[in-house]
Design a protein around this ligand. Structure first.
Ligand code: FAD
Length: 344
């Protein structure tokens, strides 16, 4: 029968001053309180007929602990084998029998025998425990992760209407991505709070970028309206085109002022500018869309070909009414602000 546990002296006291040592100690105590998980791992190992004893086998407890070390430190099997040989705290945590260090092949064979259902149970128990200890309350946390991590897969690039973002928009899958504490940005559970701080300035950079694109389209349309003759005069002198140019001028001006106003509010350092940035976003995205649409109209046939940059800008700016919150959602948020505010 497989030996489930190896009784070993606690070496953690030696590493109590080190952050990783402390974390390993906490995790070790947690594992001692959840011995039921060992039964699941032992069942997986016997199901895969992995040797239970000798130099090819490991007790279920050592397998589980090595697997968690691998997950926690994001190690390859080779790195895990090295650390188990090299680090006393890793060895103490892993509770390896007879003080020997398992080879990479043994680790690979035993750890990969743990089924995904078992991992799910382990991680569910870990999470429940973290919630109980108030380490995790379900709120968002910001973190950095290396794109080389096997838990991140870029599945494909979306075939989208816009073409202005280098590399396009990727569909990214996160699966079993483990984030060590050192990769957390700021504090756990504060992700939304941090996101709110950058939200308004980031939104304004979208507004500014698209305003610049609309201005460029307008310049192209103005040049065309000055040069192109139809029915005896420059098309810009026909009221139908002239009025479109005038409307463009007014829309560009309104969009620019709303952006400046929000930027000015942010400069005052009063609040996060969420309301003003929603207002600027809706005004700009809708005005910019109208401007570029008129430019296409003014350019006639050339407006819908790639002879001019305007067709591309037209395709690019359409998504601005969707990205970073669609107009409807911003209007909903603006309305909520109006209803709850004392100033109206
Ligand atoms: C190519 C691409 C790139 C993107 N890049 C980013 C990015 O870099 N960062 C980022 O944060 N997001 C990004 N997004 C997400 C984008 O911001 C969302 O698509 C957008 O906010 C709309 O959300 P949704 O697609 O879930 O639409 P849905 O929420 O499904 O909305 C569909 C429609 O319903 C309307 N609607 C929804 N709720 C309400 C309501 N309460 N009242 C009235 N109407 C409502 C919407 O206005 C919209 O017209 C990207 C999306 C795409 C397609």
């Amino acid at each position: 029968m497989r030996q489930q546990r190896t009784v070993q002296a606690n070496l953690f006291d030696l590493f109590a001053g080190h952050e990783i040592g402390r974390e390993l100690n906490t995790m070790s105590q947690w594992l001692d309180e959840h011995r039921d998980l060992l039964g699941l791992v032992a069942r997986d190992l016997s199901r895969c007929a992995v040797k239970a004893t000798g130099r090819q086998g490991l007790p279920a407890e050592a397998v589980l602990r090595c697997a968690l070390l691998k997950q926690y430190r994001q190690l390859s099997y080779q790195e895990l084998a090295f650390h188990l040989e090299d680090s006393a705290s890793f060895r103490a945590f892993a509770r390896l029998p007879w003080s020997w260090s398992p080879q990479k092949s043994v680790l690979q064979k035993t750890i990969s025998a743990i089924r995904s259902e078992t991992w799910e149970e382990i991680n569910r128990t870990l999470l429940a425990n973290a919630r109980q200890a108030k380490l995790e309350d379900g709120r968002a946390t910001m973190f950095l992760a290396d794109m080389k991590n096997s838990g991140i897969t870029v599945e494909r690039a979306l075939d989208s209407l816009d073409t202005c973002f280098p590399g396009g928009h990727g569909v990214v899958r996160f699966e079993n991505l483990r984030v060590p504490a050192s990769d957390i940005l700021g504090e756990t559970g504060q992700g939304f709070r941090y996101a709110q701080v950058r939200l308004s300035p980031a939104r304004l950079t979208h507004c500014m970028r698209w305003l610049g694109a609309a201005r460029r389209a307008h310049d192209v349309a103005v040049d065309y309206a000055r040069e192109r003759h139809a029915f005896g005069k420059k098309i810009g002198e026909h009221e139908g085109i002239g009025f479109m140019l005038a409307d463009n001028e007014m829309d560009l001006h309104t969009a620019r002022l709303s952006i400046w106003h929000c930027a000015w509010l942010l400069d005052q350092g009063q609040g996060l500018g969420r309301h003003a940035s929603s207002v600027a976003k809706v005004i700009s995205s809708e005005a910019i869309w109208r401007v570029v649409d008129r430019c296409v109209q003014i350019l006639g046939g050339q407006g819908v070909t790639h002879e001019k940059i305007v067709a591309r800008i037209f395709a690019d700016v359409r998504s601005f009414r969707i990205y970073d919150g669609p107009s409807e959602v911003h209007r909903w948020s603006i309305a909520r602000h109006i209803l709850s505010s004392n100033t109206h």
